[in-house]
Write a protein of this length. Sequence first.
Length: 405
Amino acid sequence: MKSMKSTRLGIYLGLMIIGQLARAADPIETWTSTDTKVQYDLIAVAYGAGQYVAVGGGGTILSSSDGTSWAQRTSGTTNSLRSIVYGGGQFVAVGGDEHDPNRKAIVVTSKDGLSWSLVETGVQNILRGVAYGAGRFVAVGGSGSIILSSEDGIQWELRLEYDPGLPSPGDALVYSGVAYGNGLFVAVGPRGTGVDLSTSPDGITWTRSQGPASQYLPHVAYGNGVFVVVGGRYVVRPPSSFGEIWTSKDGLEWEKTAEVPAYPGSAFSSIACGGGQFLAVGEIIDQSYSKRVSYRSSDGRKWAEQPDPGMSGIGFGNGIFVGVGGSLTFSSGVIGKLEASVSPAGQVEGSITGVTGQTYAIQASTNLETWNVLTNVAITNGMARFSETPATNTTQRFYGGKLSQ
């Protein structure tokens, strides 16, 4: 299924708008950073209800309408919040801490991203990932594998827990990430002999299977028709470490599509998909240096490294990627931003921003109901241009861009 993002812009020719369209930089190579000055590290971010919401250690929650200016909110917990999702008209963030003597599985919810309520799950464990699909939320975690589901984010049911049939407690799966796409939930987690995963069409009934042949792939996302898991592995002889990216169309058969030399303890730490792009972020640590890295891909198979401002977590919403790292947040340029102006001669000149290599179908309409494709444009250096001379009897004209893969 093609990923599409539409942008509509009305041009009223009688206004004779005159303007010069500036050149744009590639939006996911252009970042704006903000130091929120929070005490604890930020871990994850999501978008919904017109708000970006970032969560982290100590129960930290921040919200922003633009991804740049942030306000701290009250979560109702001092436990770490490790993952967040928006679905079914609300945010759900999950977490928990090893040092909590009660080891509670923490869930907090919000309709607007501003006011939050703490939910009692009745489960003693640590939740590490959350997703929404098929009309319900699914939260995963461990010590000892655990999967919970909820239709409203308030009442949670235990669907799967540690399998005593495994060879030893040391082989127990710790679920750390979950995603939904193409009618399927995929939960992933590392153990000693490789990555295990479980799949479910509804979040209720789960099937466990062997995943990619790697030791540590804790994060998963779905987009552009594929599941992508990221993390890393360590080789004992000779000692070496690699950040890894694997993809699958069905959540069962997996293919390694990227490998980045790293150092024990470092790997890809987060992945998100939006605007027709996957963006995976992490850290490379060598004996003499360390640096944050980002890799991007339109199909999950071919990846390219790009400059990274220092992100350890990434999310997408309303046309931009938003990342977090320490107390900092990072917002990208806008993917799919369409602008146009009318020259004195009546020529419409427009531009659309996007990721280099993307293709957009530029459409036009006089009534916002019937749309005709004017041309297809390819993004180069973050922008593509188009032009049209409308009929002289046209009183208004609307333009839109549809992303094609």
